[in-house]
Design a protein around this ligand. Structure first.
Ligand SMILES: Cc1ncc(COP(=O)(O)O)c(C=O)c1O
Length: 407
């Protein structure tokens, strides 16, 4: 199977529009990815043919909605190689998934316990643990990175001990593109901190290859549908069944109970006990359609294409006078964070938008990381499957204009 970027692009209707009179060049994929027609169709088809509530209906539409909703769970279980379908919990996104774990952990942590995160976290993987530690008297430890934006493995290892109860880190940094060695970090954790659980924030990693949660040896993996060509408002918490089975419930209400009296309630079994209320049925169906689409691609070709985009962008950035790349890890996905001598990132973003190019500027929900790197924020171009080498070239042509305008 070869990789035909034009054929891929043709499946994304949004990409054919003009923005400010210029063809759209969408380079904000780390914030959210665009949606292929098949995902849009799956959502429209659900609302057109079988919109209904799941699990509790006694009619045909409810049966069909339930079939699609539960079928979507099977798609995800297979996608990340979960041991059981019950290990897949539908959430509203990565943020909610981490909150479910952190909220539960907060009820188990004691003063003296420790939680380890890294200096390259998105706020979703800091504030959650910070608040869990505050509520329980546990301490939050921060594993440092080097100036290239790579985790310093020896320093990470030194933070691990018998007090460590949770280690949480990103598969890929959203602000820098750094790819972390999940398996190695997990092995080191299990060796030095036998009581620690490992959570991997897969928000940025999920769209760049395949993940086998069993092979990685981790305990929790979380991601959002919208960064994987699916709709917003959906996400996945995967956890090992033996852990999730006894995990404290997150929200309470309908669906997550097995028995209710005025005095008390009993919780449903997995996965329902962690899915309170009516779920985002259309979103879940759309996310499964996105995964089915994504897994139909030749993953080697996808990776090669994305690597070529990053290599070209990096080369042109290095050759660009007055431009500094922020985040130069050896192992990176398609993220180019940068600063220019001439202008503030917000000005760069504004002037690129005028030329039809969408990037992200600011702290990328990673304020502590920006502080560590002594930068106020960055301009970030992030690439995906449907971007082309011509678009990378166009970015640098546009940046030359930006440079002249700001000089
Ligand atoms: C690394 C990382 N973690 C967590 C999140 C939060 O994801 P969501 O807003 O979809 O919950 C993001 C979003 O950008 C992210 O990049």
């Amino acid at each position: 199977m070869s990789f035909d970027v034009d054929a891929i692009r043709a499946q994304f209707p949004i990409l054919s529009q003009q923005i400010n009179g210029k063809p759209l060049i969408y380079l904000d994929n780390a914030a959210t990815t665009q949606k292929p027609q098949c995902v849009i169709d799956a959502i429209v088809d659900y609302y057109t043919t079988c919109n209904s509530n799941v699990h509790r209906g006694a009619h045909k539409l409810a049966d069909e909605a339930t079939r699609r909703y539960e079928g979507a769970r099977d798609v995800i279980a297979e996608f990340i190689n979960a041991n059981q379908r019950e290990e897949i919990i539908w959430t509203s996104g990565t943020t909610e998934a981490i909150n479910i774990v952190a909220n539960g952990l907060a009820q188990m942590l004691k003063p003296g316990d420790e939680v380890v995160v890294t200096e390259m976290e998105h706020h979703a993987n800091i504030v959650t643990w910070q608040q869990a530690c505050k509520a329980s008297g546990a301490s939050l430890k921060i594993a440092p990175i080097n100036d290239e934006g790579e985790l310093i493995i020896e320093a990470f290892e030194q933070l691990l001990n018998s007090h460590t109860k949770m280690v949480a880190f990103p598969q890929v940094s959203n602000a820098l593109g750094t790819v972390n060695p999940i398996k190695e970090l997990c092995e080191k954790t299990k060796a030095k901190a036998p009581d620690a659980l490992v959570l991997v924030d897969g928000a940025q990693g999920i769209a760049h290859g395949t993940v086998d949660v069993q092979d990685l040896g981790i305990d929790f993996y979380v991601f959002s549908g919208h960064k994987l060509f699916g709709p917003t408002g959906t996400g996945v918490l995967w956890g090992r069944e033996v852990i999730l089975r006894d995990w404290p419930v997150w929200q309470v209400g309908g669906e997550m109970i097995s028995e209710v009296t005025y005095e008390d309630a009993k919780w449903n079994e997995l996965p329902y006990k962690l899915e309170a209320g009516t779920p985002n049925i259309a979103g879940v169906i759309g996310t499964a359609a996105a995964v089915t689409w994504f897994t139909s691609l030749d993953m080697h070709a996808v990776k090669a294409h994305e690597a070529a985009l990053l290599a070209s962008a990096t080369q042109q950035a290095e050759d660009f006078e007055g431009l500094r790349i922020i985040g130069t890890a050896k192992n990176k996905t398609g993220v180019l964070s940068f600063l220019m001598d001439e202008g503030h990132p917000a000005d760069i973003g504004f002037l690129l938008d005028k030329q039809g190019i969408a990037i992200r500027t600011g702290h990328h929900c990673a304020e502590p990381l920006m502080n560590r790197l002594h930068v106020p924020g960055t301009a970030r171009a992030s690439f995906s499957i449907y971007n082309t080498l011509a678009e990378v070239d166009a970015l640098f042509v546009a940046l030359k204009k930006v440079k002249m305008m700001l000089a």
